[in-house]
Design a protein around this ligand. Structure first.
Ligand code: UD1
Length: 343
């Protein structure tokens, strides 16, 4: 069976994707430097799938070590590149670290792939490349204009997309699928893998579940004076397992030789926008657990409203994110309970 190299495969989206790949029969080698994940994630993956992925504790910027992986696994037929630093605020404080990590790892990977004749790559991008779309581009499809990034993190996603286009132009063998994620949430239904935020969570859902678990006194809702029905920001929250399945579809499409363009781009979202207050309300309704919250001022750099038009992914990839949001919120809560030993 074909082997897929998954960089960042012990991370949040990476680990869920490894599970889906292995359940479809792929062999998987994970490369991860564990800078923002735990080696224990491998136990969770193995418990779900019934076999263990190969793992190398390597930094993707390390050409020599990456080369050794391609030498060791000559059956690699494609790469899914998740490995990246992803905290927006940290990227503002440490831009050089973000440019070095996120650009260097992709460049190294593409160099080694070319050397070892591996020509399929799936790249983790983000809806952050669209910034705040104007009203004519909501919901956002793939033709919406890219806007100047608001953070070094966002800029690394844009530059990495450009790097992929330029390399594909230079090497006609290379095929790439760029997946622009909206807001991934939830955890595997087994509650054996999920999101593991480092310190105080920046993202909404981990903050909600930690507040529900009593670790945080209250959720701060960043602003209720936006131009939205209830005044709080709107996002397209997508179940991480649905998102993971899109990667398998993308890999299958490339291995089958179906892509019509050398670089294909897909927006991965549900097509439905939910406000912060709707998420809180749905969470309380779905779990029966209270989440105290307080409205505070806006968070700098926040986008008012953005949600996906996922038609292209639905039709071309044959994929749809259709898990009901309340089921997703329950999965996030079950994972938090698993982490905290709450019955
Ligand atoms: C953020 C990043 C985005 C990145 C994504 C990764 C910004 C501006 N954007 O997206 O580039 O790709 O994370 O997952 O940082 N909220 C609260 N209280 C909280 C936390 C969040 O009200 O404690 C609100 C936010 O204001 C926002 C929504 O919840 O309206 C979602 O926030 P978050 O989970 O941080 O995601 P994004 O801001 O969409």
């Amino acid at each position: 069976m074909a082997r897929i190299l998954v960089t960042g495969g012990t991370g949040y989206i990476g680990s869920h994707t490894v599970v889906e790949l292995m359940q479809q029969g792929y062999d998987v080698t994970i490369v991860d430097n564990l800078s923002n994940s735990s080696v224990d994630v491998l136990d969770g993956i193995s418990a779900i799938v019934g076999r263990r992925p190969e793992f190398a504790n390597i930094d993707c910027n390390d050409y020599v070590s990456m080369e050794a992986v391609f030498k060791q696994y000559p059956d690699i037929v494609g790469v899914i590149h998740f490995a990246a630093s992803k905290a927006v605020g940290e990227s503002v404080e440490k831009p050089l670290m973000y440019y070095r990590n996120n650009l260097g790892s992709l460049i190294t990977l593409l160099e080694v792939m070319r050397r070892y004749h591996v020509y399929n790559i799936v790249f983790s991008s983000s809806c952050t490349v669209y910034g705040q779309p104007d009203k004519d581009h909501l919901p956002v499809d793939e033709t919406a204009p890219i806007q100047k990034a608001l953070s070094p993190y966002g800029n690394t996603k844009q530059i990495n997309e450009d790097i992929i286009y330029d390399e594909a132009h230079a090497d006609s063998s290379l095929h790439a699928t760029i997946l622009r994620y909206f807001n991934p949430i939830g955890a595997h239904p087994s509650a054996l893998i999920g999101e593991l935020p480092n310190g105080v969570p920046n993202n909404l859902l981990p903050f909600v579940t930690q507040t529900a678990a009593g670790l945080r006194a209250e959720l701060k809702v960043f602003g209720d004076d936006y131009n939205t029905p209830d005044g709080s920001c709107i996002r397209d929250y997508i179940y991480v397992v649905d998102l993971a399945k899109a990667h398998v579809k993308a890999v299958e499409r490339m291995l089958a030789g179906t892509p019509t363009e050398q670089v294909e781009v897909f927006n991965l979202g549900t097509g439905r926008g939910l406000s912060v207050l709707e998420i809180v309300r749905d969470f309380v309704e779905a779990t029966g657990v209270n989440v105290p919250y307080q409205i505070v001022g806006r968070r700098e750099g926040d986008i008012e409203k953005v949600w996906a038009n996922p038609k292209k992914a639905n039709e071309v990839l044959g994929w749809k994110a259709d898990t009901p949001v309340k089921d997703v919120l329950v999965s996030a809560w079950n994972w938090e309970k698993h982490l905290r030993n709450i019955q």
